[in-house]
Design a protein around this ligand. Sequence first.
Ligand code: AMP
Ligand code: MN
Ligand code: MN
Ligand code: MN
Length: 280
Amino acid sequence: MNADLHCHSVISDGTLTPEELALRARNNGVELWALTDHDEIGGQQRAIAAARELGLPFLTGTEISVSFAGKTVHIVGLGFDPDSDLLRQGLANTRGGRDQRAHEMADQLAAVGIRGAYEGALKHAGNPDLISRTHFARFLVETGVCHDTHEVFRRFLTEGKPGFVPHRWASLKDAVQWIVRSQGVAVIAHPGRYGFTANEEFALFSEFKSHGGQAVEVVTGSHTSAEYVTYAEMATEFDLMASRGSDFHSPDESHTDLGALPWLPGHLKPVWDALQHRVH
Ligand code: AMP
Ligand code: MN
Ligand code: MN
Ligand code: MN
């Protein structure tokens, strides 16, 4: 099935509205869609309504920022109750430190001669609560400092580079439990992106499972074909279901469009089989 269970709207760091994404997903042949804004579920009702209008099956979604082993890990939640107070409150707390962090990022950029980055990034943030590195990246492209956002993340905003501010996000345990206790399924997002050692990765998968996590993204926009194989094996080894999602942010920036992904390897258990009863 052409399921695309990972993308972002203007409610976090995407450039399209939930309605535009729903239409693009449908036009690209997506058969099951989820909108997974970072640390925020404020777009879910709009996505549900837009998908219903188009006859596009939809699962609720979010992507929670978690601190684990000194790095930021993303946990996707799918199929939860969007009215869950536990999840709402947890996400509100997770979003809390972003504004302060953004000021500190701007101070660092000012120290290397880039002025006005806070205000510049904020202009790109559809939701000021969710000001993120992506909005700073767009500002640095807009002002001609970098050619594209990929160059930004090579030269700025990442560990050891100007504009990187370490941040304490949610714990793995809390993020998984907010999702699971809200009738959702927790998914390790793009595991190939973290640069963990084998030991750290083993710890992530084991602890994730021990807290009630049930799935892992195998086919995602930022994985290589070798990583599809690696994480298919990890899914089998840890008895996790498998998910598939483009992580689409913007027609101008994302190299993987909605729905434009290889199929999940056939021997894996697709996460959507366990979420039939949660489809809108
Ligand atoms: P934040 O939550 O503010 O730390 O911002 C994280 C977001 O920045 C991610 O969700 C991506 O959209 C974007 N991002 C982070 N690293 C990269 C990278 N190396 N290349 C492109 N985008 C990135
Ligand atoms: Mn993002
Ligand atoms: Mn992510
Ligand atoms: Mn994402």
